[in-house]
Design a binder for this molecule. Structure first.
Ligand code: DC
Length: 221
């Protein structure tokens, strides 16, 4: 069974998708982490983020993999070769650059193939922007998470502060809007609700309520 969870930045996808995967003992695949890792590698290698063919070549070569972190039962650790980049790919610098890399169709083509390979033969919860529309259009359950921009900026700032970054909620709000605009307007695999996706607004709801609703949808399918 494939559960596709899509939605804009900071809509609660990661928290909810991880918890659903844990409870159902499904594999967890964070596709945003894959675009972040490619962006990280591009910056490390000083690849111009406007050079589409260099980015596609890099996406093909990058030895990207996931592992379980200690004491955890889902694949939440991101590695490039043997280098643990889990924390590095969440930096404000990567967050501000990633949608430029993720809009390159050659990069998306390579990533989509890799995402299908990684989930192949597993029960999986896959989160991203184009999972229910492009990567797994026949997913058994499709969920599109939303939340107000103010709430999303509040959540993201709390998360970043807990990681030791200094943030201004208003500039975060502007950055989220700009990232969503780039993600929604690109030609290849835009952020889009699949017509058969269940829309779940997480603004005034607890993680527990949202997780319970998704698990109910899975039981019914
Ligand atoms: O979910 P996230 O914030 O970690 O995603 C990082 C970026 O990657 C975001 O700008 C959207 C992009 N992304 C994408 O284009 N397609 C996906 N399937 C997942 C993420």
């Amino acid at each position: 069974m494939i559960i596709a969870i899509d939605g804009p930045a900071a809509s609660g996808k990661s928290t909810v998708a991880r918890e659903v995967a844990r409870r159902l003992h499904f594999q967890y695949l964070d596709t945003g982490a894959m675009y972040r890792a490619v962006t990280w590698q591009a910056l490390e290698d000083k690849v111009d983020v406007f050079d589409q063919s260099a980015l596609q070549g890099l996406a093909r070569r990058i030895p990207l993999r996931f592992e379980k972190s200690e004491g955890n039962d889902i694949d939440d650790k991101v590695l490039v070769g043997d280098h643990d980049v889990t924390a590095l790919i969440r930096s404000p610098k990567i967050s501000s650059m990633v949608s430029l890399v993720a809009r390159v169709s050659g990069v998306r083509k390579v990533m989509v193939e890799k995402q299908r390979e990684l989930a192949q033969g597993h029960d999986a919860v896959v989160e991203g922007r184009d999972i229910g529309t492009v990567v797994f259009p026949h997913a058994d359950v499709k969920v599109f998470l939303t939340a107000s921009t103010v709430e999303r900026a509040r959540r993201r700032s709390a998360e970043m502060e807990s990681e030791g970054h200094c943030v201004d909620v208003h500039s975060l709000e502007r950055e989220l809007i700009s990232r969503d605009t780039i993600d929604s307007q690109r030609r290849s695999g835009p952020l889009l609700r699949a017509c058969d996706a269940h829309v779940v607004n997480t603004t005034d709801r607890t993680i527990e309520q949202v997780v319970a609703e998704i698990i109910k949808l899975c039981e019914r399918s």
